[in-house]
Design a protein around this ligand. Structure first.
Ligand code: ADP
Ligand code: F6P
Length: 484
């Protein structure tokens, strides 16, 4: 069944995440699906080329009527996806209120802890509903791979339910966000439950060594777990392994898309439009962790510092709508609109505006064309699990060899430092200098940096990430008592 060549691949694989690869919307009375955006979907979609799996998750919409549910189940089944239906109110409390208003800020070092019991109860309930659905569907011996902070209680709940059903399965977990230093995590009132929930996994994966070590240290300080042996957590008769697994993209998908005639036409149109103008590009979900406010302020400062570059440089910023029911995201949207207007008001001339701020999602072909024509990609995350946009820009720059200006706080900066220009996102002077340096980099240095990044992106693909994780998970399952 599986397309993976290895021994382990013959095991069934179930992926569980809050978001499915397709989001369902109701348009004029009919259900329509569209590809979901975000790093998790990009990474797991890259894995589909080499590995077959069934994907369980929330369809993104409430469907009450049983006939309509069947319709949604059928349309998702064609994509090997199984929906877990949630009532609107419960989904709101789980996704918006607990996962994104309480957990997300802590995972990303935002100060000021918000906590309410209602959303916490909803979070627990949703994790239970996921556990029921997956435990029913899993056959003995299945590898179950749970993803992200929306489902941190799931490994423990699932382990219990599988035991009740006499099914033995391996459970893995991957966190797509940072895991903060223990002292930060400590501020969350329900921290202990979440860590205990995760410790029923056989293997827990992180983007970087720093996140992994923060988690291990937290298990020791919060729970008294034994952690003397590297990458190993001994807790209540369980031996849990923690590891770093570098997530990536499918670079071939970008290479293939770049070859398409419509994309080549679009690139030509954009190149003509920006003849004599250097293009700086930003692609981000509209999220405060992406440092968009800082980016616009840094660009304003850059324009102040370099009046000679007026009309010779443009920042194209795509801010993909995200989590629009959460207050902090709504406030950010208003702030960015105001800031964008101010910057253009200050620096525009009859010849043009320096900032193109687009608050919408763009089609994949347009995204690829934008990556290809950009002289510089500017990413300003204040914290970010990995940041796959940095990988995608590199994958589209074989011709131009543009420069990546990358915040030191993106997870990808851990691996891409030598091939990019790093800076601190809150320091507008540093950002302005980094931009200027990028626009003036010597061709040999651009070539060197690009080759370094290209090799990294090509050797750390999403397929490799998934295969490495699932193979390690299967191995753990065969030898649970063996040191990690
Ligand atoms: P995050 O997971 O926080 O959103 P990443 O940078 O890791 O951040 O991943 C963002 C992903 O979303 C990238 O793979 C990017 O290509 C994808 N993306 C951006 N815009 C769109 C879009 N309009 N449609 C689909 N995917 C998109
Ligand atoms: O990077 C963390 C993450 O939650 C990813 O798992 C996801 O792809 C992205 O942010 C977008 O999140 P959401 O599912 O809320 O749109």
């Amino acid at each position: 069944k599986s397309r993976m060549g290895s021994h382990e691949s013959r095991q069934n694989l179930i992926i569980v995440s809050n978001r499915l690869p397709l989001s369902i919307k109701r348009v004029n009375g009919a259900y329509q699906s569209s590809i979901s955006s975000g790093g998790l979907v990009t990474a797991l979609s890259g894995l589909t080329k080499s590995t077959q799996f069934r994907w369980f998750g929330w369809p993104g919409i409430e469907v009450k009527d049983s006939k309509e549910r069947e319709e949604v189940v059928k349309s998702l089944d064609e994509h090997d996806a199984t929906p877990i239906f949630l009532d609107k109110g419960l989904a709101h409390e789980h996704y918006n209120m607990f996962s994104n208003r309480i957990l997300w800020p802590i995972l990303h070092y935002q100060s000021g802890v918000i906590y309410e019991d209602g959303p916490w109860q909803a979070y627990r309930r949703v994790n239970e509903l996921f556990a029921d659905a997956v435990a029913d569907a899993a056959e003995p011996g299945t590898l179950i791979w749970v993803h992200d902070y929306h489902l941190m209680l799931l490994p423990e709940l699932l382990r219990n339910r599988l035991q009740e059903r006499n099914k033995s399965c391996a459970i893995g977990f991957f966190l797509h966000t940072p895991f903060p230093a223990g002292d930060f995590w400590r501020a969350l009132p329900v921290k202990r439950h979440l860590i205990e929930g995760l410790l029923s996994s056989d293997l827990i994966g992180f983007h970087t060594d720093e996140y992994k070590q923060n988690f291990i240290d937290t298990c020791a300080s919060n729970l008294g777990a034994r952690t003397e042996i590297p990458n190993q957590i001994q807790y209540k008769n369980r031996l849990v392994c923690a590891g770093r697994f570098i997530v990536g993209i499918d670079p071939q998908k970008f290479a293939d898309t770049l070859q398409k005639p419509e994309v080549q036409d679009r690139i030509k149109t954009l190149e003509d439009r920006y003849k004599g103008v250097k293009v700086i590009l930003g692609i981000d979900r509209l999220d405060y962790i992406k440092g968009l406010t800082q980016k616009l302020k840094g660009f304003d400062s850059f324009l102040d510092d370099h009046p000679e570059l007026r009309n010779k440089v443009v920042l194209i910023q795509v801010a993909v709508p995200s989590r629009e029911d959460v207050k902090e995201y709504q406030d950010l949207e208003t702030e960015l609109c105001t800031l964008a207007g101010k910057i253009n008001g200050k620096h525009a001339t009859p010849e043009g505006t320096p900032l193109l701020y687009m608050h919408r999602s763009v089609p994949f072909t347009e995204l690829t064309a934008l990556y290809s024509v950009a002289d510089v990609c500017l990413l300003t995350s204040t914290r970010d699990g990995m940041n796959l946009v940095s990988f995608e820009y590199v994958a589209c720059q074989d011709k131009k060899k543009g420069v990546l200006v990358l915040s030191e706080f993106a997870g990808s900066a851990t691996f891409m430092r030598d091939g990019s220009i790093p800076f601190h996102p809150a320091n507008t002077t540093e950002m302005s200098e980094a931009l200027y340096a990028a626009l003036n980099l010597e061709p040999e240095e651009r070539q060197r940096k690009h080759e370094f990044l290209r090799d990294f992106v090509n050797t750390h693909t999403s397929a490799k990430w998934g295969q490495t994780f699932t193979e390690k998970l299967a191995e753990r399952c065969r030898q649970r008592k063996k040191p990690c």
